[in-house]
Design a protein around this ligand. Sequence first.
Ligand SMILES: Nc1ncnc2c1ncn2[C@@H]1O[C@H](COP(=O)(O)OP(=O)(O)OP(=O)(O)O)[C@@H](O)[C@H]1O
Length: 344
Amino acid sequence: MFGSRDIGIDLGTANTLVYAKGKGIILREPSVVALRTDTKAIQAVGNDAKNMIGRTPGNIVAVRPMKDGVIADFDTTATMIKHFIKQSMKNGSIFSRKPSVMVCVPSGITAVEQRAVEDATKQAGAKEAFTIEEPFAAAIGANLPVWEPTGSMVVDIGGGTTEVAIISLGGIVTKQSIRVAGDEMDDAIIQYVKKTYNLMIGERTAEMLKLEIGSASTDEEQPEEMDIRGRDLLTGLPKTITVTAKEIVEALKDTVDTIIEAVKNTLEQSPPELAADIMDRGIVLTGGGALLHNLDKVLSEETNMPVIVAEDPLDCVAIGTGRSLENIHLFRAKAGNAHRSSQK
Ligand SMILES: Nc1ncnc2c1ncn2[C@@H]1O[C@H](COP(=O)(O)OP(=O)(O)OP(=O)(O)O)[C@@H](O)[C@H]1O
């Protein structure tokens, strides 16, 4: 049973979300931690820390401990998980007993890292902790019939990773995880502006360009252009330039092509029956990257499949993680099996 105080945590490379049954999303913060470089003491977590990115004095760094879709810095990740669990307990004031917690992790993490996330979650006050793979949680959150004998395909485009999976009968049949997603798009924009205009811009400006005028292909609906500020690499002085939507399409082309390639590869590995199911139901996009203008259209043209952007794509993983607790007995059984086989 999914108790009313149990929670699901989407431990994303860009954002961490906490979902509680009956309450919905009770916390949504960037996965960022600000630390002192000398003592490693935590200065800020979440929104407060994100505002410090690129603006910290020498003795403070704002880090994204999960930046590349894996846990790059475990201790900081553990501190972050604890901070968010404690904050949700305070916010929601719904935990009169210790909750069971399901944490969604990138599918590329190792068994050791998985165990470490579970330990950190327990240390933060959970009665029991489990992990779920990101594309599986995304599919549950997007209302796909994951437990049925029918093929569902989900493409979760987050900050650090794009996870593509075909699911049937409660399991992932075939999957691919690439470290190309929203962050890589921001990076591509930084490189484009640097090369074309000799202008250095920060990550946040690049992300703003992507959100405001970014697109996977050109069309009239998108705003035409946007003014941005950066540092002129020739003079060293601040400068403003105007970037057009067409230029951002060009900057994002390689990243978009890589994502399309991953989707095609996964489809190629799919058993034919499941491919036929997907043809009927369509490919479902989740994660913030799913919101890139025209990405669904381009992907549909390239695969000849219907492509649907899930409702609330940024929340699918968190919602699915929370809902998976309704089948907590299956996770308990799996954890028991893993424990027994490690003792053999
Ligand atoms: N409208 C939009 N257009 C394009 N990209 C967007 C849009 N809104 C958000 N994003 C991007 O989505 C990414 C964050 O998505 P999400 O919160 O799903 O990632 P995450 O779950 O934290 O990461 P991961 O799945 O890699 O662990 C960021 O790169 C952000 O810039």
